[in-house]
Design a binder for this molecule. Structure first.
Ligand code: ZN
Length: 271
C-alpha cells in the first residue's frame, strides 16, 4: 500500500512541470530557449527575469507585473548586451475578484501618525531585501510552505473595512497558530524581522533574484545570512501584522515583481 501511494505520488508529480507559463498581469512567461546560458540576461516589459534548468532543459522565465496592460510585448534574451533570442508574447487579461475584509484593529487600516512614521521607516529595508540578487541557479519547483486550504488567492482587489487598498500580492494559507512554516525551496535568509503590516516576516532568496516571503509568523526560526533547504522549518504560523486571524501569507517575487505563487506550487492536494 505504502509503495503504491508513493508510486502514485511520484507519478502525479511528474505530470506537472513547474513553474507554469501564464502570460497575464501577475503571471509569468516561461519559454524553453535553445542555447540559453545561465549568464544570459532575460528581459520582458522592462523587467529582469531568470534562467533556470529543469530535467536537463534550460528555460527563460520573466515576471509580468500586475500593472502591465494586456497586449503584445517582446521577450528578449541578451548575451553581453546583444540580442540572442527574441519572441513576441501576448499578455492576456487577468480576472481577479474583489475581496472585502473586516479588520478589528482599525490602526492597521488607517494608521496613526506614529504608525505612518514606522511604515515609512520600514519601506527602505523592505525594498532593499526585495531586490536582493545572488548568482545562484534557483530550483523553482517549490513545495507548499504550510499545510491547509488557500483562503485568499493572489491578485484579489482588496477592500479593508470598506476602503480600497492595494491588491493581494501573495497567497494565504489557512493554518492554525503555531503550525510549521517551511522554506518553499533552497535559499538564503536575506532579512527576518517585525513589520507593521506583515508582522513577523522572513525573506528568502533562491537565486537570480527569485524571492519568497512568509508573513504574519508567530515566531521566526531563522536568522539573516542562514542557508535553508527546501522543506526546512523557518517559522510558525501566527497572526502578527494586519490580519483577520492566523494564516500564512506567502509571496513570490521575481526581479522585485510580485507574481502568483500558485504558478510555482504543485496543485492543492499534492503535498
Ligand atoms: Zn495575504
Amino acid at each position: 500500500m505504502m509503495r503504491l501511494s508513493l508510486f502514485l505520488l511520484l507519478f502525479s508529480l511528474s505530470l506537472f512541470a513547474l513553474p507554469v507559463h501564464k502570460p497575464v498581469p501577475g503571471g509569468i512567461v516561461v519559454l524553453p530557449v535553445p542555447s540559453v546560458s545561465l549568464n544570459d540576461e532575460v528581459r520582458f516589459v522592462n523587467r529582469r527575469g531568470v534562467v533556470f534548468k529543469q530535467k536537463g532543459q534550460l528555460y527563460a522565465l520573466a515576471p509580468v507585473p500586475l500593472s502591465v496592460k494586456p497586449g503584445i510585448y517582446i521577450f528578449k534574451v541578451l548575451r553581453d548586451g546583444k540580442p540572442l533570442y527574441k519572441k513576441l508574447v501576448k499578455i492576456g487579461p487577468a480576472h481577479y475578484a474583489e475581496q472585502h475584509l473586516t479588520v478589528k484593529n482599525r490602526r492597521k487600516v488607517n494608521p496613526n501618525p506614529a504608525d505612518l512614521r514606522r511604515i515609512r521607516a520600514e519601506a527602505p529595508r523592505k525594498k532593499k531585501a526585495k531586490i536582493f540578487r545572488s548568482e545562484q541557479i534557483p530550483d523553482l519547483a517549490m513545495v507548499w510552505p504550510a499545510k491547509g486550504p488557500v483562503s485568499s488567492a493572489f491578485g484579489l482587489r482588496r477592500f479593508f473595512n470598506g476602503q480600497p487598498r492595494s491588491p493581494h500580492k501573495g497567497l494565504d494559507i489557512a493554518a492554525p497558530e503555531g503550525a510549521p512554516v517551511r522554506a518553499a525551496t533552497d535559499g538564503v535568509v536575506v532579512d527576518a524581522g517585525n513589520f507593521f503590516f506583515s508582522g513577523n516576516l522572513v525573506f528568502l532568496e533562491h537565486g537570480e533574484g527569485v524571492m519568497t516571503l512568509y508573513a504574519h509568523l508567530s515566531k521566526m526560526a531563522v536568522k539573516p545570512g542562514e542557508r535553508v533547504k527546501k522543506g526546512q522549518v523557518i517559522g510558525f504560523v501566527g497572526h502578527t501584522g494586519r490580519v483577520t486571524g492566523p494564516h500564512l501569507h506567502f509571496s513570490v517575487l521575481v526581479g522585485g515583481v510580485y507574481v502568483d505563487p500558485a504558478l510555482f506550487l504543485p496543485p492543492t492536494g499534492v503535498p
